[in-house]
Design a protein around this ligand. Structure first.
Ligand code: CMP
Length: 152
């Protein structure tokens, strides 16, 4: 089992796409084990996007990510880091394949609706940034036997 930090970004919240995106994760049998609506501060943005702070696009990215609330989630599942990234599609909504979340709903490089951790180290770091251990509620869905075979 893997975990990933997923953020439904300010454009997702403002465009009323939160329910739709959560439904896509639920339909894929991805388990949401933590979730909250929060306002990202400039300090948190700098920590989250530490690798981008020196890049020319960072000021715009910080203004965007702090411009309205986000929905932060921890999701859990088999290979969930890659599976969620595949569901999101390419960073730039104009280049993301049709059928992916960004391909279907985004036409922007910056306003690409959803963030998801890009690997196990980022996942651990980002989950710790957004959630305390007591906010994470792992559980086994009773439908699990209908989502996958016992040996998967
Ligand atoms: P995300 O997956 O959250 O990771 C970093 C974010 O920076 C990315 O999604 C985009 O929202 C944004 N981003 C990445 N590259 C650019 C760029 N060249 N110009 C503007 N924003 C970018």
């Amino acid at each position: 089992m893997e975990r990933s930090l997923v953020l439904l970004k300010p454009d997702c919240v403002q465009r009323r796409l939160v329910g739709n995106i959560i439904s896509r994760f639920e339909e894929k049998a991805i388990n949401i084990i933590a979730m909250k609506l929060i306002q990202v501060t400039p300090e948190l943005a700098k920590q989250h996007y530490a690798e981008h702070v020196e890049k020319p696009f960072y000021p715009g990215l910080e203004e965007f990510i702090t411009g309205a609330p986000v929905v932060a989630m921890v999701v859990e599942g088999l290979e969930v880091i890659r599976v969620v990234r595949d569901m999101l599609g390419a960073t730039n909504g104009l280049k993301a394949a049709a059928g992916t979340i960004r391909g279907d709903y985004s036409s922007s490089r910056q306003m690409n609706l959803v963030h998801a951790s890009d690997g196990p180290e980022a996942s651990q770091r980002e989950i710790n940034l957004y959630f305390s251990p007591s906010e994470i509620c792992p559980y086994s869905p009773t439908l699990t036997p209908w989502f996958k075979a016992g040996d998967e």
